[in-house]
Design a protein around this ligand. Structure first.
Ligand SMILES: [Fe+2]
Length: 612
């Protein structure tokens, strides 16, 4: 047996992954255990979970890998600061303590994290190699082009190459400070959202705006080439030398200072969001075409933070030259932990790689699970009132009925997802047909911004009926946006009724309004029997009752909270919000029946989580 542990840490989204004899046995993000979103510390809890899952200890590990090369990254920081000196001094001073304390002494920190039980040398792969490995090795392709799109690792900000059998070779890269990820983050910062987590909100805001600044971005901020590579005019940015992302010159170009976080979103931010999204899609598409020209591959694998831009991914799929695309569900830095472990197994140890007709990511359901006995004793100790359904069909039938009558259901089943999306293991579900669900779930359950749309889960074979996906096109990881089909749309026009900006979302614009964005797009998850088991069965039962194979799937958390991990996390979130129903494994709890409802201070609960 060969056991390989991969670790990513000290930037954002720490994670651990365990690969045994080439099989992905376990993977999880540290934030789920510590309840601190994007936790960047050494992932001691995630490591322990991975070992427990396999029933091994640190002493049983043959190899431990780290997902990037800290010395190269340090060199990049030093060179950047030197070339911007003395302007870069404040951010230099701010970054140094963490580097001197932890990052430069990584083996020592790793020893600490592994209780000094690991006696071999650590393996360090380059940041983009880790992303590329995480994209190619679990994919269902024997051969594929591989593209990584990111903020920055050591020096590379984007890279591409080819994966063949058990090897990935990256042949081209774009280098810091020219970075699509950092460009997008600069706009995330400017529109008042948090860098490294608010990028998703910016993408959600884009359909409300008019991309009227797109030409300005391409004309002034970027020198964009036909092959998708670009140089940024760094006088508009401040991330090399300062503590902010953008410079005063940037403010001037976009008509004033950045939006203050949590202040009202104006039409300017919506137009900026639409503009940077349009530019990003254009760059992604040009890069994909170039990668196709150079590699002549028909399959494409994607990873890196920008690969979470599912609107851009959908564009590559529809308008790009590749026949098939596979995207690593943990596309951000958490996935680097999995990448380095797979890299060691295939590329360093030269083990054979066999490809099946399905990817080897197991639906990304790679986290902890909880037995009914554990769940039952927890609910008993909490004084919860529950109904237990040991027959899966009866359970799914009951929950489908509750969904169809407009109840909001917390759904907790099996192993937790690895990656930022909830995929039906730790999800909050609702009826996609309900016109009120959108605002109920945003405001009363998640306590988050009302402009944010929800994503649909749809039975795999029914997806083409509802969405612009060709038959057989899978999207099991919710990483592709597709248009809602014309036949399912309602042709109502918001402007005609005088609706402006965010108000537009109130208008039911399809037969599944809760998951249809204002531009008729939807971030689709296809649900199939092989990956999704009980979740699939639930949607089948829902369809049998309602004739609708689509439900709302949003992550099981409130704003700023990491997705729930344990039954206890789920119960607390259920009790502190207006969620109507909680389903944990075979147990169903109705809010109306809980004796101690109201005991859970909502304000107190929400206050634990910093706004994201
Ligand atoms: Fe990265």
């Amino acid at each position: 047996m060969t056991a390989i542990l991969g670790i990513s840490a000290f930037y954002h989204d720490s994670a651990a992954a365990l690969v045994i004899d080439g099989e992905i046995v376990a993977a999880a993000q540290e934030e789920r255990f510590t309840r601190k979103k994007h936790d960047h510390r050494m992932p001691v809890n995630a490591i322990q979970f991975c070992l427990d899952q396999a029933g091994i200890t640190v002493a049983d590990l043959d190899h431990v890998g780290f997902y990037d090369k800290p010395l190269l990254k340090f060199e990049r920081l030093l060179e950047t600061y030197l070339s911007y000196a003395p302007a870069g001094f404040p951010s230099f001073l701010r970054a140094m303590p963490l580097w001197l304390k932890q990052k430069l002494y990584l083996p020592r920190e790793m020893d600490k994290g592994l209780n000094h039980q690991f006696k071999n040398r650590y393996v360090f792969t380059e940041h983009h190699e880790s992303h590329a490995a995480s994209a190619f090795f679990p994919s269902p392709f024997e051969e594929a082009a591989v593209m990584t799109l990111d903020g920055v690792g050591e020096w590379a900000t984007a890279s591409f190459g080819v994966g063949r059998g058990n090897r990935v070779e990256l042949s081209h890269e774009l280098r810091f400070p020219h970075s699509l990820g950092l460009l997008y983050s600069a706009f995330t910062y400017f529109t008042g959202f948090r860098v490294n987590s608010g990028e998703y909100k910016l993408m959600g805001l884009a359909p409300y705006g008019d991309p009227k600044y797109a030409d300005l971005i391409i004309g002034k901020l970027l020198d964009l080439k036909e092959d998708g590579s670009f140089r940024m005019d760094m006088s508009y940015f401040n991330y090399c030398q300062g503590l902010t992302m953008t410079s005063p010159k940037f403010d001037e170009l976009f008509g004033g200072p950045p939006r203050k976080p949590e202040s009202p979103v104006s039409q300017r931010e919506m137009d900026i969001a639409a503009s940077i999204q349009k530019v990003t899609e254009e760059i992604m598409l040009r890069m994909a075409r170039h990668v196709h020209r150079v590699t002549k591959q028909k399959n494409l694998c994607l990873a890196g933070g920008v690969a979470l831009n599912c609107v851009g991914n959908g564009k590559i799929l529809r308008d790009g030259p590749f026949e098939n695309i596979w995207i690593q569900p943990a596309a951000g830095d958490a996935g680097g932990a999995l990448g380095v472990a797979l890299f060691i197994w295939y590329q360093l140890l030269e083990n054979e790689r066999r490809v099946a007709d399905i990817d080897s990511q197991y639906g990304s359901l790679l986290g902890p699970r909880y037995a009914d006995s554990e769940v039952g004793s927890f609910f008993d100790s909490a004084g919860a009132v529950y109904h237990r359904y040991d027959d899966e069909n009866v359970l799914c039938d009951r929950v489908a009925e509750l969904l169809a009558t407009e109840n909001v259901v917390g759904w907790f089943q099996g192993r937790m997802e690895f990656g930022p999306r909830a995929l039906g293991a730790r999800s909050i579900l609702g009826d996609a047909r309900s016109p009120k669900m959108q605002s109920v779930m945003n405001l009363k359950i998640k306590f988050r911004e009302s402009f944010r749309p929800f994503a649909p889960s749809v039975l795999q074979e029914k997806a083409p009926e509802y969405f612009g996906l060709r038959a057989g096109q899978e999207s099991p990881y919710m990483l592709l946006v597709a248009p809602v089909n014309e036949t399912k749309r309602k042709l109502t026009n918001g402007e005609e009724l005088g609706l402006q900006g965010i108000e537009k979302l109130k208008l039911p614009r399809s037969v599944v309004p809760a998951i249809t964005h204002v531009d008729y797009s939807a971030r689709v998850q296809t649900v199939d029997p092989r990956r999704h088991g009980r979740y699939r069965k639930l949607i089948e039962r829902f369809e049998a009752k309602t004739d609708c194979p689509v439900i709302i799937n949003t992550s099981f958390n409130v704003r700023g909270e990491p997705i729930v991990c344990t039954p206890e996390d789920a119960y607390r979130c259920f009790m502190a919000t207006n969620m109507d129903v909680l389903v944990v494994e075979n147990f169903v709890l109705l809010k109306t029946e809980q004796p101690n409802k109201g005991d859970f201070g909502r304000e107190e609960y929400l206050a634990q989580f910093a706004l994201d």
